[in-house]
Design a binder for this molecule. Structure first.
Ligand code: HEC
Ligand code: HEC
Ligand code: HEC
Ligand code: HEC
Ligand code: HEC
Ligand code: HEC
Ligand code: HEC
Ligand code: HEC
Length: 474
């Protein structure tokens, strides 16, 4: 039975293979790669015996006549259509579905979001992606959305950035999260854990059906859902809501933003429980906003902020999907690879030294004034150490400003590379605040940059653990 049922799929796959590459130059393989076993494994039982009907057969129902469902018309305009990548290459054979349309007999949510669909033909890109952190999942926030959908799935919207599935199905499609039932939120979170366990999958960043006009830094249309460059920071500025900052129109910064972190004194006084930004504030650091800036002029590296492609310029040269920085390709034409590597090493060790000294000053002040070297810190982090934190009313605003800047820099994780002048400026402002308290300046500890990095990363990790104990608080 099984053998018999699978025959039509194989036959159709061979047929596709032989007509692949129509309309364009042949690739090395001479046409489209064949359907993979991993892809076939995604298909449900009701679809296993179906046969291929061709894209035009889908058009009648998913065509362009109904303005709510113009998928065929959009697809027709893509490189995929031109190269013969039909609906059924991504959704599986459609004869059973055509005869009796249902979600059971066509590949759809959640399995259609699997990178396995794209890996059929984009093998090398998929390999790079598999190496990247985006193919992994930080499980805690997703589990929290299941256990407590009202708090973690709705109010804090952790899974807007921690579930590629949620980012695609809910955020990108403009679903009103407030109107979702708890069960709907749980359903997506569960599908994330069991079926598409990725922080971002291919279709989190790419629209599978249409040209979007959001071009790469070299002006290419690659069906990106969001812009690669956006210098209007309003939607992620101080105090913005989750509704706003998770909808930010930027392919990376819709997730890599500081979640409306607010450095105003009033906010720092009120929000004493946890660092008011997140590990995700790389866009804020790049653009230079979100730290306590003091009263004087502020220095920012506008060249990095204004590089075409912004994040993708340095992290995705040649469309590399590991998302790791490339000194040779990513920094051209502004730096040579050697210059970029040398500057990165130099800036990182300088900033790590500044941060280590800054923490030393806060610790010395807290030991002398509050009786414990840890008591400059946020309550949530100290509680993790099993200590009873002091009343935050006894922590002066100068300390609160300094620790905001300390966390702002360490949580961006680049230690000054994104925006060296801004990172250094924030340390200076922190120190000016500590001067006003006459905080001592203990001698710099005798540590290498590697040792300093280890201590600071440990601190960053503690703040992340504390994150799990409290609801989001802009
Ligand atoms: C006879 C009309 C008809 C044809 C032909 C048809 N579909 Fe559908 N399709 C539907 C209807 C109606 C639904 C909604 C089913 C439901 O909600 O239970 C649907 C649902 C879907 C879904 C799931 C959407 C969702 O919300 O989860 C996908 C994917 C899909 N179709 C793809 C295709 C593809 C690919 C083809 C061509 C191979 C095709 N359809 C051909 C009518 C059709
Ligand atoms: C390159 C792969 C690919 C091709 C080609 C493709 N799709 Fe899809 N389709 C997907 C993926 C992935 C999703 C789920 C993500 C999304 O909705 O953006 C999807 C979603 C859908 C949905 C559900 C839409 C919704 O809003 O919930 C329908 C219906 C659909 N596709 C029909 C089609 C039809 C009809 C064609 C051909 C005209 C087609 N697709 C071509 C990959 C593809
Ligand atoms: C059946 C093979 C096949 C599948 C499946 C497939 N693609 Fe493609 N894709 C192609 C081919 C062929 C091209 C054209 C590449 C070229 O000419 O260099 C292409 C091009 C692209 C491009 C570049 C578009 C452009 O204008 O140059 C993107 C982005 C892309 N695919 C994303 C996806 C994603 C995301 C998926 C999964 C949802 C997917 N593809 C599934 C074969 C496929
Ligand atoms: C605006 C998007 C966004 C939101 C909302 C968000 N996060 Fe994150 N989070 C990220 C990004 C991006 C990273 C990874 C940063 C990196 O690797 O440098 C991250 C990292 C983390 C980490 C660190 C994991 C580790 O140990 O390395 C934890 C834990 C975490 N998030 C939990 C949460 C929780 C809990 C919530 C909800 C209260 C939440 N996040 C909301 C974007 C977000
Ligand atoms: C985090 C977002 C993100 C994810 C995840 C992602 N991409 Fe991309 N992709 C991009 C961006 C941004 C570009 C354009 C980069 C550039 O060249 O500037 C791109 C470019 C591409 C291109 C065009 C390559 C070229 O040479 O023109 C293809 C094809 C592609 N992606 C396929 C995929 C596939 C397949 C997956 C999943 C295995 C995937 N992408 C996952 C963001 C993403
Ligand atoms: C849907 C949300 C989302 C989008 C969009 C997104 N990221 Fe991420 N990114 C994450 C999360 C979450 C992590 C942490 C994943 C983990 O550690 O398992 C991460 C990790 C990373 C890391 C690795 C950091 C480390 O700890 O080593 C880099 C680099 C990165 N992202 C860059 C980018 C770039 C560049 C883009 C845009 C092309 C982008 N991201 C788009 C959510 C996202
Ligand atoms: C000017 C080039 C450049 C730009 C633009 C850039 N980055 Fe980076 N990024 C780097 C370098 C270099 C590092 C440090 C790599 C190292 O540690 O050696 C880095 C580090 C990171 C890290 C790693 C932090 C960690 O946890 O290890 C993340 C995440 C990241 N960048 C995301 C982004 C995002 C998101 C954007 C856009 C908002 C962006 N970057 C823009 C060059 C850049
Ligand atoms: C669009 C041009 C451009 C690109 C691309 C670019 N940079 Fe820069 N970068 C600059 C400029 C301009 C400065 C400021 C130069 C100065 O003040 O001496 C700078 C400064 C730096 C600094 C700080 C130096 C210091 O002493 O303050 C580092 C580190 C750095 N870049 C690393 C990188 C890396 C790594 C990449 C690639 C991954 C990169 N840059 C890509 C233009 C660029």
């Amino acid at each position: 039975m099984t053998l018999f049922a699978s025959i039509p799929i194989i036959a159709a796959a061979l047929a596709l293979q032989s007509c692949g590459g129509v309309g364009g130059p042949q690739t090395d393989t001479g046409g489209l790669p064949s359907v993979t076993q991993q892809f076939l494994a995604l298909l449900g039982v009701d679809q296993k015996s179906a046969t291929y009907i061709g894209a035009d057969a889908c058009a009648g129902c998913h065509g362009g006549k109904n303005p709510d469902d113009p998928i065929y018309a959009h697809w027709k305009d893509t490189v995929h259509a031109e190269k013969g990548v039909t609906c059924e290459r991504c959704h599986g054979p459609g004869s059973a579905h055509q005869a009796a349309p249902s979600k059971e007999n066509i590949l759809t949510f959640p399995k259609s979001h699997s990178p396995v669909v794209c890996a059929q033909c984009h093998g090398p890109t998929h390999d790079q992606y598999n190496f990247s952190q985006h193919s992994k999942l930080i499980v805690d926030p997703v589990e929290e959305a299941i256990l407590n959908p009202n708090q973690y799935g709705r109010n804090s919207r952790c899974i807007s950035c921690h579930s590629g599935l949620f980012a695609t199905e809910i955020v990108a499609k403009g679903v009103d999260v407030a109107a979702m039932t708890d069960d709907e939120i749980k359903h997506i979170a569960e599908a994330t854990l069991t079926t598409v366990p990725h922080s971002a999958s291919c279709v989190t960043c790419h629209n599978p059906h249409k040209k979007t006009g959001n071009l790469t830094d070299s002006g290419k249309e690659v069906m990106l859902r969001n812009k690669t460059f956006n210098s209007d920071t309003t939607d992620v500025g101080p105090g913005t809501t989750a509704q706003q900052f998770t909808n930010f129109d930027h392919g990376c910064a819709k997730c890599h933003n500081g979640r409306g972190t607010n450095p105003a004194d009033a906010r720092l006084q009120a929000s004493t429980a946890r660092p008011s930004m997140h590990d995700s504030n790389q866009y804020n650091m790049l653009m230079g906003f979100g730290g306590v800036e003091g009263t004087g002029p502020v220095q920012r590296n506008t060249a990095h902020a204004n590089a075409p492609g912004q994040c993708s310029k340095c992290h995705m040269p040649d469309s590399r999907h590991t998302f790791t920085v490339s000194f040779d390709k990513g920094c051209a034409p502004c730096h040579s690879a050697a210059d970029a590597a040398a500057r990165t090493g130099q800036v990182k060790s300088e900033v790590l030294g500044l941060l280590t000294s800054l923490r030393g000053r806060m610790e010395a002040w807290a030991a002398a004034n509050l009786g414990d070297a840890d008591f400059w810190d946020y309550t949530s982090v100290i509680q993790g150490e099993g200590k009873t934190p002091p009343n935050q009313a006894n922590v002066p605003i100068e300390i609160k400003r300094a620790r905001h800047n300390y966390y702002f820099i360490i949580r961006s994780g680049d230690y000054g590379v994104h925006n060296a002048p801004y990172a250094k400026h924030l340390v200076t402002v922190a120190n000016t605040n500590l001067d006003a308290l006459n905080a001592p300046r203990p001698a710099a500890p005798n540590m290498s940059a590697e040792q300093q990095l280890r201590v600071i990363e440990e601190h960053r990790k503690r703040a992340n653990q504390a994150e799990m104990n409290l609801p989001e608080d802009n």
